[in-house]
Design a protein around this ligand. Sequence first.
Ligand code: PLP
Length: 455
Amino acid sequence: MKKEYCFDTRVIHEGGSRDNWEGATLPPIFQTASHAHPTAESLSQAFAGQGDDHVYMRLSNPTNKFLEEKLASLESGRGAVVTGSGMAAINNACMTLLRSGDELVAGRSLFMSTSFLFTSLFKKYGITAHLVDPLDLTGFARAITEKTRFLYVETIGNPAMDIPDITALARLAHDNGLPLLVDNTLASPWLFRPIEFGADVVIHSTTKYLSGHGAAMGGVVIDGGRFDWTQERFPDFAPFVEKKGELAFLDRMWREHHINFGTPQAPFHSFLTLLGLDTLALRMERHMENAIKVAGFLRDHPKVAWVNYPGLEDHPCFEMASAQFKGKGFGSMLTFGLKDQAACFSMIDNLKIVRHVANLGDCKSLVIHPYSTQFLSHDEAEKKRLNISPGMIRLSVGIENWEDICYDIDQALQVDVSTNGDVSTNVDALIGDGSTLHGDGSMKPPPEDTEEKVQ
Ligand SMILES: *Cc1c(COP(=O)(O)O)cnc(C)c1O
């Protein structure tokens, strides 16, 4: 009987051919813009799209290809294309499906640049994005029209921390002859594989958990290979279906958008991502454990007004996340509330190990004050609608010792000049043995105007 290796083994050993590696145990970096061909016939065939030969780095590269085959397999997809950034991946996947006059329906909890892409840039090209509550299926259903080309959600909304039901959304999409696209960046395939739940296309910013060290930038689009592109909403897919069958979407994306918009990945970044992937399972395990403990610590901290983390039992998405992520965890991002912006700035300025950066999914713990950074240019009403309040901190919990993370946050909160210094915390008591997790139902609710979001 053939033994199926489990994910934690496959993440290290899976990938494409190692034939030209000379026995190297790490993937060689093919640092070359172009590839010489032995005969005129061979290059002509490559241009005709026959065979697997590489031609030019903007089209393909052996190091990138190894990463593509690994990621396609890890996400239970049939093929993948890596790109220079997560945004390039999102842009490529969406633009392959859209023409002027088309529409898309997306869960409102979107990565900031994705939100800008959908609502501002696409609008310039006559494309309408309907943004709806990611937890409200009927909202999605109501927004679908005959011009809709796809549904789009993020596995874990950022920074809303809401978790949509992928199975139900896939069913709704397919009932309407539409594909479901999922940005799975915040979960990683270790925690969740959307294609196994019915999604058709999965996108990652590999900059985050997949590379894991804040060193590489990249993105990937993975094709589940199951969507029927001969359906009436996609008449312009016929030639690609004819040529590439189940990989019609990926082939079209690669041929039209990846190559001609020029969104290739640099092979050195693929190499760094591959190096990071070797420890994905270990890192994710520790991320999940740490996040739940840090969330429990913050929930009980006297200077913390509220904590938004799906791993706390009274979080509105706790049940959904437990079922969908099969008890493996709840992601390692959370938000929490302090008194006001001054309290947030003071805390950030006084942190010693938790770093203050615009990134997430790094092995280091990272914080940011979304109100004054990523959402700076959003008007007040929009920030209110997205629950971005002046007292909100976003924390990406790293893989350090979790008590050290708590101590660092606690000492940074103690020097908060905006309070009268009348609150003293027994940090040891708060940390306890970490067993107060999963809540006793005492999670402080988010402030009033955030309730609509996380109902
Ligand atoms: C970071 C991020 C992106 C964009 O990825 P880049 O690699 O920064 O271009 C897209 N989606 C999510 C959920 C992200 O966190």
